[in-house]
Write a protein that binds this ligand. Structure first.
Ligand SMILES: *[C@@H]1O[C@H](CO)[C@@H](O)[C@H](O)[C@H]1NC(C)=O
Ligand SMILES: *[C@@H]1O[C@H](CO)[C@@H](O)[C@H](O)[C@H]1NC(C)=O
Ligand SMILES: *[C@@H]1O[C@H](CO)[C@@H](O)[C@H](O)[C@H]1NC(C)=O
Ligand SMILES: *[C@@H]1O[C@H](CO)[C@@H](O)[C@H](O)[C@H]1NC(C)=O
Ligand SMILES: *[C@@H]1O[C@H](CO)[C@@H](O)[C@H](O)[C@H]1NC(C)=O
Ligand SMILES: *[C@@H]1O[C@H](CO)[C@@H](O)[C@H](O)[C@H]1NC(C)=O
Length: 483
């Protein structure tokens, strides 16, 4: 022991003379590009054994990593990736798609990866290359989201609009940064949700429009063309083909594809999932495939979607405020308890369903607002100065439920909170020249609602989860055979 420590000390000192300054921080292991994550029973595994996902949503990675002329910020990117890696994060769920239009469209990522069917902004694609390369160096794998039910990246509605001769998209209420109230200093934000007076439509009208992607042959062909382009791309930074790079753990069909509002065995979502996942499988046989389903609509839809043969594991998203279980202005213990009880049941129910389907399940979205009752009479309801007492208790509960399920051999394989805002804060935001602020919340929602900031206790909870699970895996594996 002593000898090897002395030897290590010498090696470090010798390196320090020749290498650029690299302070005490221990470098995480890079992803071996051949070490693909695979499914074994209800578990994920890689070359080291059991693989548990300590994830975060970081959808804007491709834009942050792009050239400054495109609104990117490399210094922020690497700062935030280092912060996440230092908290044990080993997975990011990111966008591998975003669509623009011939006419200016509000409420979405700008500039988009794809301006028109098959027409790419190579500077944003290069951002995706850089993002993946930086992830790989830090031992972080990715879920690559290929489409979106919601308006913030173009997504389904944009493909349908293209296919229907650029028909106007019936946007639902969405965050408008230029609406009153505005801050005295221009381009520093606030705004409000659009409403019927701004021409906003209902969410049902919007999803009915967007879901035509399931049945429109032209929209589907353009979407498949995009899948082929991105899955077979060669990374301009490290030369790896995307479908040969184990940094990419998963190709995801879309963010939150919606079914009809009530269960129908003839829902067009089901054959669409089967068709698209089998198309991806033939292009990317070494990587995993997930759907991106929220799984809020119960057992039948969960099972019908996740039983598709080329879907490797199930996904869940748990949204207590959006689903009317939690009120961010209510400081009461009963309000918090309602959220905790719901999340505990949601994890138990979906774990049981996944076991019945025979596949793992990944909690790849959940969040809670800050203690925004403290912001109620202030100029903006989502100020970062509010505390996080409910959010921290809730994160401990929901992450704890997943970890407990994992340890007892349940179907859950990891968590992925929504969403890393890192060094961004609403109080200091400046809208860039392309109209973006890159908060953790995407452009159709109030910035700061669900952000995890670099100094938040939630990041400590994420880090402790990773340490706890790593110690458990080590014990479970060294005790012998079975996991
Ligand atoms: C880029 O990120 C750095 C932090 O790494 C920040 O100080 C700077 O203001 C950002 N630049 C722009 C143009 O937003
Ligand atoms: C498509 O839209 C353009 C411009 O609005 C219009 O001139 C054209 O007739 C439309 N074509 C079809 C096939 O609807
Ligand atoms: C955003 O708000 C501004 C100011 O009220 C308004 O002029 C504009 O039409 C709104 N945009 C949308 C897309 O609702
Ligand atoms: C946004 O508009 C609604 C409805 O008019 C209003 O109740 C709310 O206070 C506004 N939000 C902000 C941040 O001013
Ligand atoms: C969990 O399942 C039970 C039994 O089917 C049901 O009563 C309950 O509403 C479900 N809860 C959640 C949060 O899904
Ligand atoms: C590892 O964990 C699984 C699931 O909890 C358990 O069934 C198994 O007995 C454990 N194996 C060892 C060797 O600890």
């Amino acid at each position: 022991m002593k000898a090897s420590i002395a030897f290590l000390g010498f090696a470090v000192a010798a390196t320090a003379l020749s290498a650029p300054r690299n302070p005490s921080r221990k470098k995480p292991h890079a992803v071996n590009p051949k070490d693909f994550v695979y499914v074994g029973g209800l578990r994920l595994k890689d070359g080291k054994g059991l693989h548990y996902i300590t994830g975060l949503n970081y959808w804007a990675c491709l834009n942050l990593a792009a050239d400054a002329s495109q609104g990117g910020n490399y210094s922020r990117l690497v700062t935030e990736l280092d912060q996440m890696a230092a908290h044990g994060v080993n997975h990011l769920r990111i966008m591998a798609s975003s669509e623009g239009a011939p006419t200016p469209q509000p409420f979405r990522i700008n500039p988009p990866l794809m301006d028109a069917p098959g027409k790419y902004n190579e500077k944003i694609f290069r951002g995706l290359d850089i993002c993946l390369d930086e992830l790989s160096k830090r031992g972080i794998r990715a879920t690559m989201t290929l489409n979106n039910e919601w308006q913030w990246s173009g997504g389904f509605a944009q493909y349908v609009s293209w296919a229907l001769n650029n028909t106007a998209i019936p946007y639902p209420p969405s965050w408008n940064m230029t609406k009153a109230p505005q801050r005295p200093t221009p381009h520093t934000g606030w705004g409000n949700y659009s409403d019927t007076s701004d021409g906003a439509h209902s969410y049902n009208e919007f999803t009915d429009f967007a879901n035509q992607i399931y049945t429109n042959a032209q929209a589907e062909q353009w979407y498949k063309d995009h899948i082929k382009t991105v899955v077979t791309r060669r990374n301009t930074v490290n030369g790896r083909r995307y479908n040969e790079d184990a940094t990419i753990m998963t190709w995801q069909l879309a963010n939150e594809p919606q079914s009809l509002s009530s269960y129908s065995p003839a829902d067009p979502l089901f054959p669409w999932v089967a068709r698209i996942s089998s198309y991806i499988r033939h292009l990317a046989p070494k990587q995993l495939i997930s759907v991106g389903l929220e799984s809020k609509q119960g057992e039948h839809i969960f099972k019908a979607v996740h039983r598709a043969p080329d879907v490797d594991y199930a996904t869940t998203h748990c949204w207590v405020q959006n689903w009317g279980v939690y009120d961010m202005y209510d400081a009461s213990a009963a309000n918090l308890k309602a959220a905790q009880d719901f999340a505990t049941q949601f994890v138990a129910n979906t774990s049981a369903w996944a076991r019945e389907v025979g596949k793992p399940v990944f909690l790849e979205e959940f969040g809670m607002a800050r203690d925004n009752w403290e912001n109620k009479d202030k100029e903006y309801p989502y100020l970062s100065s509010a505390g996080t007492s409910h959010k921290d208790a809730y994160f401990n509960t929901i992450i704890g439920a997943v970890v407990a399920d994992f340890k007892k051999g349940g179907a859950y394989v990891g968590t992925c909170p929504w969403a890393y805002g890192g060094i961004w804060r609403p109080e200091t935001q400046v809208v860039n020249k392309i109209g973006m602020v890159w908060a953790g919340d995407p452009p159709h929602e109030s910035p700061g609602w669900y952000d995890l900031y670099d100094t938040d206790e939630a990041m400590g909870i994420v880090a402790r989860q990773q340490k706890d699970v790593a110690a458990w895996i080590k014990k479970n594996q060294t005790r012998g055979h079975g996991y």
